[in-house]
Design a protein around this ligand. Structure first.
Ligand code: NAD
Length: 544
């Protein structure tokens, strides 16, 4: 087995590979051309975040079975290309959870007691205590936004510090029991209004970009302090600087910034009321060693025993099955993501039917992809084929699977209905694969033919003339191009006085909340939702 290590990895990983009789080759700092040559006969590639595993690398590596990322984010790996080529991509999602949570606590204490500033002053020969009067943590309200892996570590530590810990996570309603004992679940508005310290532990996705907007910062308790050890881009940093200037906020501590490293004139750099660290959340000896050990074990077990722990794109299916199922995995993941975004509340039930050529095949992998897609709306790293069932159970999501032989006009089809608690909301999507490309062929009552990619507006509106023109004008005035439109009549309910119409518009860019609100305000509009689907999935040899 030929394992190529492309980025700097703790030497402990070599010991693990050695125990399995594998002697990896270490080749750091390769450019794409060198990597294409070196990867030609590799069975496994191991990366951290520096090396990019592109479609070109994957397609040139005829023997490649697995790409392992020592760490969480896989932005540097073309996962869609890997899936199409039957290559498993795996990460090590838990190796740095505790370490990152501990950094958030370090920032909390630093902020409360002005430790970085105090240290700077003592070194500069200044010995003045008054300006360094701090804030005691005991009894203070600590708001944890995002109660995933890291958020839970932080919330637990907060309870240990005798703080009054409250948390918000859209996956848990205030009525649910909290996954962390002693932590009260509240809505985000309440959390911001009552917390003395707010710490962010949410993924960066389109839906969370700018989560801490100027308005939300203004809604924080006067004198509060904000901590971000999650991702740059979650916070309007200019608004934080303004809130510090006005005295509305008392301090902020960021391990991550929207631009890293920040420019010299960044509004938060150089302020005494701000603590900054250079994205070191995961940087502890223990975490570095842990992710190296995890990835070495996972890769060796996959190569020698076929066990795919923490696979992001593929469960344990044979390479032959994966070649057939790969495009359906992409399709199912997008269907799950689409449905999770259509539902305002958390999805509790997925009813999936496999039709035509898929009938009777072992499609467990596709069901897992669907589940992972539905659950990944809310996390940027951790949902994979291995943990999707456990996460589904934790989040009360059930999947019911059925098979039918007749796929209508298609060779094969996947049909999925998603419902929220008690069936309050329910949406349907059907899709198929043309060549290797996923297509949506039905959303609710509308039969269509769309590649599920980019930004999509799904509308329900009165069936009146001028709908397309007026929406097109609003979008056009803001420079948002419409790529494709499908419209159709909505099915009439018994109590529907006036049956409406439904529309599916693929647009070239995110319209932003203001434009979306103006579209929602159009007199004929009943409902409009923005759905963000993945990147386009080019098939081999097609770079369009
Ligand atoms: P996770 O996926 O386990 O948890 C994320 C949680 O956020 C989920 O429970 C999800 O339901 C919740 N969430 C999603 N949208 C939300 C919203 N709008 N409001 C509130 N909660 C929301 O992820 P994790 O492993 O705990 O990581 C959390 C963050 O920390 C991620 O952004 C990750 O990239 C970042 N991180 C940073 C470092 C660092 O070096 N500073 C290291 C590791 C991870």
């Amino acid at each position: 087995m030929r394992v190529l290590i492309c980025d700097d990895l703790s030497p402990k990983a070599m010991e693990v590979f050695g125990e399995y009789g594998i002697v990896p080759e270490i080749c750091l700092g390769m450019d794409e051309d060198t990597l294409v040559q070196k990867a030609a006969d590799a069975d496994a590639l191991v990366v951290r975040s520096a090396t990019r595993i592109t479609r070109r690398v994957i397609e040139a590596a005829g023997q490649l079975k697995v790409v392992g990322r020592a760490g969480v984010g896989v932005d540097n790996v073309d996962c869609a290309a890997a899936t199409e080529s039957g290559v498993v991509v795996m990460n090590t999602p838990t190796g740095n959870t505790t370490t990152t949570g501990e950094l958030a606590i370090a920032l909390l204490v630093s902020l409360a007691r002005h430790i970085p500033r105090a240290d700077r002053e003592v070194r500069a020969g200044i010995w003045k205590k008054k300006a360094l009067t701090g804030s005691q943590l005991t009894g203070k309200t600590f708001g944890v936004v995002g109660l995933g892996r890291i958020g839970r570590v932080v919330a637990e530590r907060g309870v240990g510090l005798a703080m009054n810990v409250v948390a918000y996570d859209p996956y848990f309603s205030s009525a649910d029991s909290s996954p962390v004992p002693g932590v009260k679940l509240v809505q985000l508005e309440e959390l911001l209004a009552i917390s003395d310290f707010v710490t962010l532990h949410v993924p960066l996705m389109d839906a969370t970009r700018g989560l801490m907007s100027k308005e939300r910062i203004a809604s924080m308790k006067p004198g509060a302090r904000l901590i971000n050890a999650a991702r740059g881009g979650l916070v309007d940093e200019v608004a934080v600087a303004e809130a510090l200037d006005s005295g509305h906020l008392a301090g902020a501590a960021f391990d991550v910034l929207s631009e890293e490293p920040p420019p010299a004139d960044h509004p938060l750099v150089g302020r005494d009321d701000v603590v900054l660290t250079p994205h070191i959340g995961a940087s502890s000896t223990e975490a570095q060693v842990q992710v190296a050990l995890d990835i070495a074990n996972q890769i060796a077990r996959f190569l020698l025993e076929g066990r795919a722990d923490n696979a992001i794109n593929a469960p344990a299916v044979s390479a032959g099955d994966l070649a057939f199922l790969g495009p359906y995995l992409n399709l199912a993941e997008r269907m799950g993501s689409y449905l999770a975004q259509r539902c305002k509340g958390p999805v509790r039930k997925l009813e999936v039917t496999f039709l035509g050529e898929l009938e009777g095949r072992d499609v467990r992998a596709v069901s897992l992809a669907l589940m992972a897609g539905a659950l990944s709306h809310g996390t940027d790293s951790g949902v994979n084929f291995v943990n999707a069932p456990a996460l589904a159970e934790e989040r009360g999501l059930r999947l019911l699977e059925g098979h039918e032989s007749d796929a209508g006009a298609y060779q094969s089809q996947i049909k999925v209905r998603a419902s929220t608690q008690g069936g309050e909301e329910s949406y349907l999507v059907a899709g198929t694969v043309f060549g290797k490309r996923p297509r949506f062929v039905r959303v609710d009552d509308l039969h269509l033919d769309f590649p599920p990619e980019g930004h999509v507006l799904v509308t329900s509106h009165d069936d009146v003339p001028g709908v397309v023109g007026r929406m097109g004008t609003l979008l056009g005035e803001s420079g948002v191009n419409i790529r494709r439109i499908e419209m159709g009549k909505a099915r009439r309910n018994r109590d529907d006085q006036k049956a409406g119409a439904v529309g599916y518009l693929a647009i070239d860019a995110d319209p932003g909340s203001e434009l979306l609100a103006r579209i929602a305000d159009l007199d004929f509009m009943r409902e409009v939702s923005l759905v963000r689907l993945g990147e386009a999935t080019p098939v081999s040899g097609d770079r369009s």
